[in-house]
Design a protein around this ligand. Structure first.
Ligand code: BGC
Length: 683
């Protein structure tokens, strides 16, 4: 990379630089930050405020400040848009979320950070943790879930994993970037309660529980103000209330639309990316001369970037930093494991799955996504892996020498149709929303025609967002949701179909029957909006809406079948009554009563029986993923605190738990409740 030099004075020699306090890696980071900040001229601070060449900050050679390098994205490192640098392609975030496994998310964070380190960069532009408000959002696949609790548990795990390698995570897009339609300009009108209960929690937890080092502001406006100049969001909430120690970076080009340079500086936007527009040195100098912002405010913004530079070891000897690695067999295995745990068995009539390899002679493999790669075309989450195992590759590898593969369903005992969405215009892509909630017509016809020729038809769906299935689902016995499973997807799918792996994925998002059932799709003003989009469903996002309004979804939140059976029993609660300071422990026993080793996600939902405000019928407040051999029994314990019983009271503008009865629902999905109990909260 060609470096742009800032000529303010003579550069220091290497030996002179090394003697400066900020270069001393044994010194406390805050002291290093203060020392370096004190040496920067105003112009150098302006220089540090914007990027060059898409992914880098501007170096200040005089002080040995190298470019801070940041790269996308959420499913794998992407250094350049031509794919010159290869990297591991992990499953999409919705697939990882469907594993309901925070440990896997943390491992993913570690692995992807090792790849970032390997190319000498410092920050990953991920994870994307916006809430999946509508199945039509083009980036639903890039986000984790519709539920704030699951979202925060996974976000915290990913950030911890990434930052354990001294690589900065950058959670995005703060906040309410829940659609791609009009994404640069749309004004999201959202209540404080919905922000607090639905949209903030994962961001807040990533700040408080995993001390995230960077946040990307959103393109859109939130209640009338653009994310990059939203002083209330950035200064009051993020920094003052939550104690964010890192820096805010604009989404790429987001500052094009904001009202003024000074409003961004004053709001706490440290870094304008990819290039200087509002943070052009001349413009910043003029605004400063006109006293539109003070150097003190600017100092806080710059300190935040310097702090992260020290945290990632930008000034330190490379040998003292965690080692990087890329495209390793370990990372590829992890990519496969995430796909295997994320794949959701939606329907399995007559236990057609798992396929019994020794009993099948001929299998038909057809469908438009069987031979399609998925790494390209999604936008900033596009990946360039060294290889990708397509669904057909996984099937061939599995069947080779044992089962004949044909493309004629009527001649085979079993037919597998690979159908679904792709990363292309109108489907799962960045910068525009989906244009249809259904599979393409030709796929619906293919499924319905095939099943007439061969009733043993299995539909495996690629895609990263809910779709309607009502035109065909009753006709087919088996449906598997395989998402975008990364570079090992084909292998993972074959392992699930043939029972090498027992499926354990659970939907992190509700699959509605019809789009009009979905809470955001009441009118044009609730989605996609025009200048403004009104979040009228308020806190009733996802299953909170379906369960409260008693609308039957196609597949509920938390749903996912297994090849084995799990029995839930012995619900016990440590408390009948619980006060604010107490913690209530809920325990139960889960037994694998089937014949397969398997993993189960036990979900705990809370139902407030009586409340002065309207509350959702149930809210996820705990989950545990356990593994059990056949006949094995394990005890599972959850802890309930006052926080789990609370809601955001708009009358007093604070979180509050009201005294009274709360039901505790334990289930295998939000609608498959196996055990119940209750507890009385006493103030
Ligand atoms: C996306 C971000 C991404 C950035 C850089 C933007 O268009 O919204 O998620 O990190 O580009 O590629």
């Amino acid at each position: 990379m060609k470096k742009k030099m800032v000529k303010v004075s003579e550069n220091l020699s290497d030996s002179e630089l090394l003697k400066l306090p900020f270069m001393d890696s044994n010194l406390d980071i805050e002291k290093r930050v203060d020392d370096l900040l004190g040496r920067l001229t105003l112009k150098e601070k302006f220089t540090l405020s914007s990027g060059i060449k898409a992914w880098y900050t501007q170096p200040i050679e005089r002080l040995g400040i190298k470019s801070f390098a940041m790269h996308d994205g959420p499913h794998g490192l992407r250094v350049d848009t031509q794919g010159k640098t290869k990297a591991t392609y992990f499953p999409s975030a919705i697939c990882r979320a469907a594993s309901w496994n925070p440990d896997l998310s943390e491992k993913f964070g570690v692995a992807i950070a090792q790849e970032v380190r390997d190319v000498g960069a410092h920050m990953l532009l991920a994870p994307g943790i916006n809430i999946q408000r509508t199945p039509m959002c083009g980036r639903t696949f890039e986000y984790q879930t519709e539920d704030p609790y699951l979202n925060k548990k996974l976000a915290v795990a990913v950030v911890k994993g990434i930052q354990s390698q001294k690589i900065a995570a950058c959670i995005k897009h703060f906040i309410c970037n829940n659609q791609e339609a009009n994404r640069f300009t749309v004004d999201t009108i959202v209540s404080e309660r919905a922000l607090q209960e639905i949209y903030y929690p994962a961001f807040k937890a990533a700040v408080i529980e995993s001390e995230v080092w960077s946040i990307m502001s959103c393109y859109n406006k939130v209640n009338g103000i653009y994310g990059s100049e939203h002083k209330h969001l950035l200064k009051d909430v993020l920094m003052n209330e939550w104690g964010f120690i890192g820096f805010v970076v604009s989404d790429w080009g987001a500052t094009r639309f904001i009202t003024s340079t000074a409003s961004c500086v004053n709001a706490g936007l440290t870094l304008e990316m990819p290039l200087a527009i509002r943070y052009d040195i001349e413009i910043l100098s003029k605004a400063h001369e006109e006293q539109k912002f003070t150097e003190e405010i600017l100092n806080d913004n710059i300190k935040r970037l310097l702090r992260v530079m020290f945290l990632v070891g930008l000034f330190d000897d490379k040998s003292t930093l965690p080692k990087g690695s890329r495209n390793t067999p370990e990372h590829q295995t992890l990519a496969r494991e995430i796909a295997e745990e994320g794949i959701v068995l939606l329907k399995n009539e007559a236990s057609l799955l798992p396929l019994k390899i020794e009993q099948i002679k001929k299998i038909a493999v057809i469908g438009p996504t069987a031979k399609k790669r998925t790494y390209l075309g999604a936008g900033s989450s596009t990946n360039f892996p060294p290889y990708e195992i397509k669904p057909i590759d996984g099937m061939v590898e599995k069947c080779e020498g044992r089962i004949e593969i044909t493309n004629i369903p009527s001649e085979a005992e079993i037919t597998v149709i690979f159908a679904g969405l792709r990363h292309k215009k109108g489907m799962d892509v960045e910068s525009e929303d989906k244009t249809s909630f259904k599979l393409p017509e030709e796929q619906i016809t293919l499924i319905n025609d095939t099943v007439k020729k061969n009733p043993n038809t299995i539909v495996v769906l690629t895609g990263g967002s809910p779709i309607s299935m009502i035109e065909w689902i009753d006709n087919v016995p088996v449906v598997v949701q395989a998402w975008y499973g990364g570079m090992e997807a084909g292998r993972a799918i074959a392992h699930i179909l043939f029972g090498d792996i027992n499926p354990s994925g659970k939907l992190p998002v509700t699959f509605p029957k019809n789009l009009t059932d979905s809470p955001a799709h009441v009118s044009k003003s609730t989605y996609p909006g025009d200048e403004k989009v009104f979040y009228e469903e308020d806190i009733f996002v996802g299953y909170r809406h379906f369960d409260t309004k008693d609308i039957e979804p196609l597949f509920p939140f938390g749903h996912g079948l297994s090849y084995t059976k799990f029995t839930y029993e012995n619900f016990k609660s440590s408390h009948v009554k619980m006060s604010a300071e107490e913690k209530c422990h809920i325990s139960l026993d889960v037994t694998n009563t089937g014949e397969w080793f398997g993993k189960e996600v036990i979900q705990l939902y809370i139902q407030d029986v009586e409340c002065s405000a309207e509350r959702p019928n149930r809210e996820l407040k705990g989950f545990k993923k356990i593994e059990l051999k056949p006949n094995e029994k394990k005890s599972v314990t959850f802890e309930i605190t006052k926080e789990d019983l609370s809601f955001f009271d708009e009358k007093t503008n604070e979180w509050k738990a009201e005294k009274g009865k709360f039901n505790i629902l334990i289930g295998s999905s939000s609608r498959d409740i196996r055990l119940r109990g209750d507890i009385e909260y006493i103030d």
